[in-house]
Design a protein around this ligand. Structure first.
Ligand code: PLP
Length: 395
């Protein structure tokens, strides 16, 4: 028996544990200081009532012989896939229900999908980025190329000849930068993928934060994308499902490589490895797409977006460069006075008692940048921003 030695190529990501350790040490040494965390990547508002009511109904059904449900379809119940289908329809994207696969969150499928592709493929990943893409490919032993996201390209890199790769990860709205690709930019990526026989793995986990109607919230709004892309979406940030777990993956029928339907391959893989998401959770997820559910989740999203705006306004006032904050819950800022990410982390913690996330933890291009998030409480966000302003102005 031999183990997969690729695992030893994983670089330990100490980002969040280092942050937690520094905060713990500081608060032990300064027990009277109120520390405000704007580094949170998790939601803080509870599930909306429409979801809770529907899950309660589903639980009651599970307790009666006549309505009890055992194993469901591994690709998700049709009632939920139809809701997702009409959600896409409103964006002008026509999908068949068998192009939609319900999952227990986007993270699993973003990694699991790689099982369909040869390990000889080269992968292109933007830097900085959500770390899971890199880790999953390192574990599989794939060659990774990086494309630089930086201030010059507003953290929205576009491909050139040197970026040719078989598998391309894109994330828009982006974590950590909050940057969002427009139609023309996504079209450039789609054309590039088609020309080079590549597949795009498009992570749209934050699509519900897009308020600018001119920005695409699905790659399938771009012509040709059904021939080269898979979309991964999550209900985690959209509807507070980080702990409840539900998302969906869209694999178009037109997606064919080496004469094989990727949709069919994925369906076969699911049948072998997955028994579907719990009925109760899928009922809750379906409620998100009802009129009442949409109203209620939009209230929560509005709350987070208002927090983001409060942070962004402060940066405007301080004349600090940033991306995100408008169509995203993340604000990605240039550390003032050319500070390095961790130096700015220490500065904010010690001077303003505010915690954020050092950009260096998301890739080499994150050095000198910093991520603040909108998932905190309103009063705390306002207080944190006032403290940040006061300390940067007096520095
Ligand atoms: N994709 C991105 C870009 C994320 O930031 C996250 C979570 O933070 C995920 C996917 C994971 O989503 P889920 O909770 O649906 O697994």
């Amino acid at each position: 028996m031999r183990i997969n030695k690729n695992h030893f190529n994983l670089i330990e990501n100490y980002l969040f544990s280092d942050v937690a350790n520094k905060v713990k040490k500081y608060s032990e040494e300064n027990p009277n200081k109120k520390i405000i965390k704007l580094g949170i990547g998790d939601v803080t508002l509870p599930l909306c009532n429409a979801v809770i009511d529907e899950m309660k109904n589903a639980i009651c059904e599970m307790g009666k012989k006549e309505t009890f449900k055992g194993y469901g379809p591994e690709e998700g119940y049709l009632f939920l896939r139809e809701k997702i289908q009409s959600y896409y329809n409103k964006k002008g994207v026509n999908l068949k229900t068998d192009e939609i696969f319900v999952n227990d969150g986007a993270k699993c499928d973003l990694g699991n999908i790689l099982e369909l592709f040869s390990v000889d493929n080269t992968v292109l990943i933007p830097d900085p980025v959500y770390p899971a893409y890199v880790d999953c490919n390192v574990m599989a032993g794939r060659k990774i190329k990086y494309i630089d996201a930086n201030r010059e390209n507003e953290f929205l890199p576009l491909p050139s000849e040197k970026d040719k790769a078989d598998i391309i990860y894109l994330c828009s709205p982006n974590n950590p930068t909050g940057a969002v690709y427009n139609h023309e930019q996504l079209k450039t990526w789609v054309n590039f993928a088609i020309e080079n026989d590549s597949i795009i793995l498009f992570d749209s986990a934050y699509e519900s934060f897009i308020e600018d109607k001119n920005l695409p919230s699905s790659i399938f709004e771009v012509e040709g994308a059904k021939k080269c892309a898979i979309e991964f979406c999550s209900l985690s940030k959209t509807a507070g499902f980080t702990g409840t777990r539900c998302g969906y993956t869209v694999i178009p029928q037109k997606l064919v490589f080496e004469n094989q339907s990727i949709n069919k391959m994925w369906k076969r893989r699911l049948a072998a490895k997955f028994n579907g998401v719990s009925y109760i959770v899928q009922r809750g997820a379906a409620a998100i797409f009802s009129e009442l559910g949409q109203q209620q989740i939009k209230n929560n999203i509005r709350y987070y977006k208002e927090n983001a705006k409060i942070i962004a306004n402060a940066l405007d006032e301080l004349n600090i460069y940033y991306t995100g904050g408008i169509n995203s819950p993340y604000v990605w800022l240039k550390c003032p006075n050319n500070m390095k990410s961790w130096d700015f982390f220490d500065f904010l913690l010690q001077r303003a008692n505010v915690v954020g996330t050092p950009g260096a933890g998301f890739g080499k291009n994150g050095e000198g940048f910093f991520r603040l998030t909108a998932f905190g409480d309103r009063a705390n966000t306002i207080e944190a921003v006032e403290r940040i302003k006061a300390n940067i102005k007096s520095n």
